[in-house]
Design a protein around this ligand. Structure first.
Ligand code: BES
Ligand code: MN
Ligand code: ZN
Length: 515
């Protein structure tokens, strides 16, 4: 137990209501419907006394519920020398159903409670890592996150020591920390308002970060974009006096010759603010449109994490960054534009701008000949209509999309594979261009956007489009390790995908025909 710890954070399971004999395998002290998860840190006498106090405080072990009690003081029964003065418990639910996501959420909930606690703790110790080091560390760090931004109020998160009974390695700890920091990197960018996070500033910050991590960065400014034919990015950005950018990041490990893992191309939507343009959005909640670059933040964070983790694969990230504003220079409904690669779009709605910038970025990324392409974006409000606020929609090549969605669920970033609809081929037809950027009907709006994007993906390239409007920005209340506002989704999905690709020696499924 570290001397400086002012509190000890323990897990508490909810015991079955019948209060019978504890299962033979369980050595956990049990009383009043709860089981103390880690008796090892406490003497039997102390555990008993603590349990009594927890019972009196009405602790149930419900997932994420937090309670603080005083540890038995000197002279009281159960006093244990060297124990911090405060015991804080967090509910872990049923012992049987504790998986890594449940642990991550509970660790997040107690860390979040501590950062908001009126009694500010400077340092705490926890045994939560007994149940899984990586999940406990990830949940703790993500739950401690605060973006106070520009408020005159200091952030407070106590230091923490994980005192697990010998489980887990230094390597596992560091990987979990890098993973959490990648999520936090994305959260900070998304939470930063658009008057600070505008295309040039955002691109410069990414290039600066890349340089520090040994990631190659190319930044195309408006002049370069014009020269290279990025008509979608330019059309969306032209209403703003803040000029657009495309950033291309590339991580290639040092001993690259021996690389056998498939090549991954990530693509992200980076609209630093989306007013809708001439097809102006209503004022209500428009301030949330600072989050419209969340896809690009996640795609950048994933490449930086690959570098920090020294992942043995080649991964690029192509980020289409623009501010969508109405003005005398803005693109009009009815305009026709030419994308990178030559495909033309008739712009029906200037608020369907994400797909216009992504079309360029996808076509550009495909030229680098990746084995897989994954694009993510806050693309449609229809994502929330279809799947709610916590589940991303994944579309693209059926098999690969299903894999990406499954990886999301494995890491606690819920995602579900959705189809492309053949009727949308018709709906995407324009009489004067190759495509129109919006359908006449709102039906299946998330899926229509995916059909539009599919036209920029080569037929032989397995790809997935991850629509993250709800999951990337929490407009409700904080829960588990998920704060209000930016969540950093789907950074952990991307990291897990890259780790899986490193273990594969060829495209895991072989090139798959596009749907
Ligand atoms: N950035 C929005 C999507 C969005 C909506 C993000 C709500 C966050 C919250 C996107 O650019 C957009 O405006 N999509 C339109 C498309 C429509 C015009 C076809 C939408 O979903 O309404
Ligand atoms: Mn829009
Ligand atoms: Zn948008």
């Amino acid at each position: 137990m570290p001397k400086k710890a002012e509190a000890l954070v323990l897990g508490v399971f909810s015991a079955p209501p019948d209060e019978g004999e504890p299962p033979a395998a369980s050595t956990r002290p049990r009383a009043g419907g709860i089981e103390l998860a880690v008796p090892a840190a406490l003497s039997a006498g102390c555990a008993k006394a603590v349990l009594r106090r927890l019972e009196a405080a009405g602790v149930t072990g419900a997932p994420g519920s937090v309670t603080a009690v005083a540890a038995p003081a000197e002279g009281e029964s159960g006093y244990q020398e060297g124990l911090p003065a405060t015991i804080i418990t967090v509910g872990l639910g049923d012992a049987e159903s504790l998986d890594s996501e449940a642990l991550r959420r509970s660790a997040g909930a107690v860390a979040r409670w501590l950062t908001a606690a009126p009694a500010k703790f400077g340092h705490v110790a926890t045994t939560l890592s007994d149940f899984g080091l990586a999940a406990a560390v990830e949940g703790w760090l993500l739950g401690s996150y605060q973006f106070t931004g520009f408020a005159h109020q200091a952030a407070h998160a106590p230091g923490v020591t994980f005192v697990a009974a010998g489980k887990g390695s230094k390597k596992e700890f560091v990987a979990a920390q890098i993973t959490a920091e990648a999520v936090i990197f994305a959260r900070d960018l998304v939470n930063t308002p658009a008057n600070f996070c505008y295309p040039a500033a955002y691109a410069d910050y990414l290039a600066h970060t890349a340089e520090q991590l040994g990631v190659k960065a190319q930044v195309f400014d408006a002049k370069e974009l014009a020269k290279r034919g990025f008509g979608g990015v330019l059309a969306v950005g032209q209403g703003s006096h803040r000029e657009p950018r495309v950033v291309h990041l590339k991580w290639k490990p040092k001993k690259a010759k021996k690389l056998t893992a498939p090549k991954l191309a990530l693509v992200g939507k980076g609209i630093t603010f989306d007013t809708g343009g001439i097809s102006l959005k209503p004022a209500r909640s428009m301030e949330d449109m600072i989050s419209d670059m969340g896809g690009s933040a996640a795609a950048a964070a994933a490449v930086f994490a690959a570098a920090r983790l020294d992942l043995q694969l080649e991964v690029t990230s192509t980020l289409a960054i623009a501010e969508n504003m109405p003005s005398g220079h803005a693109t009009r409904p009815g305009d026709v534009i030419t994308h990178y690669g030559g495909t033309t779009s008739e712009i029906i709605n200037t608020d369907a701008e994400g797909r216009l910038v992504l079309a360029d970025a996808i076509a550009f990324a495909a030229e680098t000949e990746p084995d897989y392409l994954v694009e993510t974006s806050t693309l449609t409000g229809a994502q929330i209509v279809a799947l709610g606020t916590r589940t991303a929609g994944v579309m693209g090549s059926p098999e690969f999309s299903a894999q990406v969605a499954a990886i999301g669920r494995e890491v606690g970033e819920n995602a579900w594979a959705m189809p492309l609809l053949e009727e949308h081929d018709e709906a995407a037809r324009s009489p004067i261009a190759d495509l129109r950027n919006a359908s006449n009907s709102r039906d299946g709006g998330m899926l229509f956007a995916a059909t539009y994007l599919s036209r920029f993906v080569p037929d032989s390239l397995p790809w997935a489009h991850v629509d993250i409007v709800g999951p990337s920005f929490n407009t409700g209340s904080a829960h588990g390790y998920t704060p209000k506002r930016a969540t950093g989704t789907p950074v952990r999905t991307f990291i897990a995908l890259m780790q899986k690709l490193c273990a594969a020696t060829a495209p895991a499924t072989g090139p798959e025909a596009k749907a």
